[in-house]
Design a protein around this ligand. Structure first.
Ligand SMILES: Nc1ncnc2c1ncn2[C@@H]1O[C@H](COP(=O)(O)OP(=O)(O)O)[C@@H](O)[C@H]1O
Ligand SMILES: [Mg+2]
Length: 271
């Protein structure tokens, strides 16, 4: 079986449930819409925000959608996708992103970062948006750097907005004693949830529609089973839906029924 066979079997114009959807192709379920709106507010206010959610809840998608709504001529986005890569530290990453050469000593790097951030605002009229994705992986030193940076710059007038995006453990980490000061500066906290059963259904239909199938391809009980097992988390829905399409295709069915969904569950939950 090939992808081409599968696409031909269902008459898809492209594979459904793909990762890289353009912003205007996103499914606007409640938690997504709410996250995008709140992130947008946080960025306009130049505040510090924390977005949490389980793996595959749609955090990165929501952040990218919110960033996509920004005026690119007035905003500089610094997106750090993997904290482990920032081995030279948060400051060095910011300095590099703003076109500087990071000073070697930390005592000099902190003012350098603050100066560059201020220059971005006052000389170029641009607001910096710092996004730290997978922020639950930030180590103690990195969180401390962030605390210092927000101390230095967020007291009176803040020249930048910052978003910490990560798994639910992130919230607990920031609450720990050492970061109480950071915790107090958080203006936005939002935990993304799974979709509800009705949303999972429209989510499935939405992705299938983008692939060229506007009619109902998943039976109600198949969609319900996928919802239960995925708990409405988009990435898990994607994986189950693809496996269910494969199972129905292998059984030469034109509709994804409950038994196809069941086969998908077995496929996805056992390795
Ligand atoms: N609003 C949405 N519309 C369509 N697909 C979505 C949406 N949100 C998430 N997805 C799908 O779920 C996948 C996982 O989302 P992602 O943002 O990477 O999760 P997280 O960052 O929380 O781990 C995405 O690759 C995309 O396929
Ligand atoms: Mg992510």
């Amino acid at each position: 079986m090939t992808i081409e066979n599968l696409q031909a079997h269902y008459g898809f114009t492209r594979m459904p449930f793909s990762k890289n959807l353009a912003p205007q192709m996103l499914h606007r379920h409640a938690t997504h819409a709410e996250a995008v709106a709140r992130i947008g507010w946080c960025l306009t206010e130049r505040a510090l925000g924390v977005i949490t959610g389980e793996v595959g809840a749609g955090k990165t998608v929501a952040v990218r959608a919110a960033l996509g709504g920004l005026d690119t001529s007035r905003t500089t986005v610094i997106y750090q996708g993997n904290p482990a890569v920032g081995a030279r530290g948060l400051y060095a990453g910011i300095v590099l992103a703003l076109g500087g050469t990071p000073r070697y000593q930390k005592s000099m790097l902190i003012p350098q970062t603050a100066e560059l951030l201020a220059a971005e605002e006052h000389e170029r009229g641009r607001t910096v948006v710092l996004v730290l994705d997978e922020a639950h992986l930030l180590d103690v030193d990195q969180l401390e750097e962030l605390r210092l940076l927000t101390n230095a710059d967020m007291d009176s007038h803040s020249p930048f907005a910052a978003l910490l995006v990560g798994q639910p453990t992130l919230r607990r980490r920031i609450k720990l004693g050492t970061f109480a000061a950071l915790d107090q500066r958080i203006a936005l906290r939002y935990a993304m949830t799974g979709m509800d059963p009705a949303e999972t259904k429209t989510y499935l239909a939405h992705h299938l529609n983008l692939a060229g199938r506007a009619d109902t391809l998943f039976s109600d009980d198949a969609a319900e089973l996928i919802h239960q097992v995925s708990r409405g988390l988009p990435r898990a829905v994607n994986n189950l839906a693809i496996q269910a399409l494969v199972a129905a295709f292998a059984a030469n069915k034109s509709i994804v029924d409950e038994s196809s969904a069941r086969a998908a569950v077995t496929e996805v939950t056992t390795d």
